[in-house]
Design a protein around this ligand. Structure first.
Ligand SMILES: NC(=O)c1ccc[n+]([C@@H]2O[C@H](COP(=O)([O-])OP(=O)(O)OC[C@H]3O[C@@H](n4cnc5c(N)ncnc54)[C@H](O)[C@@H]3O)[C@@H](O)[C@H]2O)c1
Ligand SMILES: O=C(O)C(=O)C[C@@H](O)[C@H](O)[C@H](O)COP(=O)(O)O
Ligand SMILES: [Zn+2]
Length: 361
């Protein structure tokens, strides 16, 4: 990958936006924000205080009036109280519709920052500066923004695409390996729903695939962003194909909720992918080699492929609040083969229970 590579994401209105991937890209913020923006709120988690400050300083050097809002780490930051804190900072600093938000951090931060931008004055510009692998390949691209509620994951939010995404690969150098690998569950997901080459790269050399300095790693990163960008560019508001990006997420979000968000999103997605593969196999839609491969690629990465047997009833009731549900009907994404995702409508509870036995421990 060259020092700076650009992928473009289409939006239904306007020119769309660019995802910049490379190093030393903070100087691009001014161009992405545009000429009208004067004030910028940089939202970052406690754990990334110096990165947040570096972003603020780069904005000031570029002529912006920039301030920071430090928020709690990880899912603790995706709460309405945290959004209210950001709204308060913006209110007290007289942020107008021509001002902007920059979210610097993992997916939890960019989800929250995008939500703050979507709701402030009914919508201002925002930039995503993802600092995790998952943030770069998935959360920062596509304009799904949101927060959790006591009842579940991402239950409140808005579709509000960013004005640009800056994926600075240097950020990954401090990312703990378990975070990096957890994020790779989303890359595996994209491998199964769209781009088999991603799976081949994991299977060919798992060490290289998880080494941020390797060509294989960069190819996985680039291909995963490309899958996401292509899908959301065609279906921003999830009226069709975008649901396929939710493969594995129905159970995953219920596990995260049951674990009070102490499990990483990617780890929960890993179990959710295996569950959905088993469900697809059970109803005769996913062939054995594909279903077996889902489990084996995730095991290769050392990601979890099972969850507590005693939690089934709780998980089932949480899954009913999944955004793909319609009335009493649960809906799941399953694979009709490699690269062929589809929707499974209203599977009966006994089928869900039987599929769950394949991941229950
Ligand atoms: N909007 C979307 O389309 C979308 C897509 C996928 C996931 N998500 C959301 O993203 C979230 C998960 O994102 P995540 O996996 O990035 O987790 P995260 O944002 O919780 O970050 C994980 C941890 O890594 C730390 N961290 C972040 N960058 C770091 C760095 N460069 N160096 C050291 N530590 C760093 C964080 O402080 C945090 O403790 C979930 O809330 C999930 O729902 C959203
Ligand atoms: O972008 C999408 O669409 C996705 O489903 C990507 C998922 O990886 C992501 O976790 C997303 O936030 C889940 O969305 P939700 O609508 O189920 O909350
Ligand atoms: Zn996800």
């Amino acid at each position: 990958m060259s020092t700076s590579e650009v992928l473009h994401v289409n939006t239904p209105e306007g020119p769309g936006y660019d995802v910049l991937v490379g190093r030393g890209l903070l100087g691009q913020m001014g161009t992405l924000l545009g000429e009208r923006v004067r004030k910028v709120l940089v939202i970052h988690p406690r754990a990334l205080r110096s990165t947040g400050e570096a972003v603020r300083e780069a904005l000031v050097a570029d002529g912006f009036e920039a301030m920071t809002a430090e928020i709690p780490d990880a899912e603790e930051g995706k709460r309405v109280e945290v959004a209210a804190f950001c709204w308060q900072v913006m209110g007290q600093s007289d942020f107008t519709r021509s001002d902007a938000v920059v979210g610097v951090g993992g997916g939890a931060v960019t989800d929250l920052a995008g939500f703050v931008a979507a709701t402030w004055l009914r919508g201002v510009r925002w930039l995503a500066i993802p600092t995790t692998f998952l943030g770069m390949v998935d959360a920062s691209v596509g304009g799904k923004t949101g927060i959790n509620t006591a009842e579940g994951k991402n239950l409140v939010g808005a579709f509000h695409p960013p004005a640009g995404v800056i994926a600075d690969l240097g950020a990954l150098e401090t990312l703990p390996r378990n975070e990096l690998v957890a994020g790779m569950a989303e890359a595996v997901k994209c491998g199964f729903i769209a781009d088999e080459r991603i799976l081949e790269l994991f299977e060919a050399d798992i060490e290289a695939a998880t080494d941020i300095k390797s060509e294989a790693f960069l190819e996985i990163l680039r291909r995963t962003i490309a899958v996401k960008a292509e899908v959301v560019g065609e279906d921003l508001k999830e009226t069709g194909r975008r649901e396929f990006l939710n493969y594995g997420h129905t159970l995953a979000h219920a596990i995260e909720h049951a674990e009070r968000y102490q499990w990483r999103h990617g780890a929960a997605v890993s179990v959710g992918l295996v569950f959905a593969a088993e469900l697809g196999r059970l109803v005769g839609r996913t062939d054995d080699p594909t279903a077996d491969r889902v489990r084996s690629v995730l095991e290769l990465l050392g990601l979890p492929v099972s969850y507590r047997a005693d939690r089934w009833k709780t998980l089932l009731s949480t899954m009913r609040r999944d955004k793909k549900s319609r009335g009493d009907h649960l809906r799941f994404i399953v694979l009709d083969g490699q690269g062929r995702p589809g929707v499974l409508e209203a599977p009966e509870d006994h089928l869900l229970f039987t599929a769950y036995q394949e991941v229950a421990e």
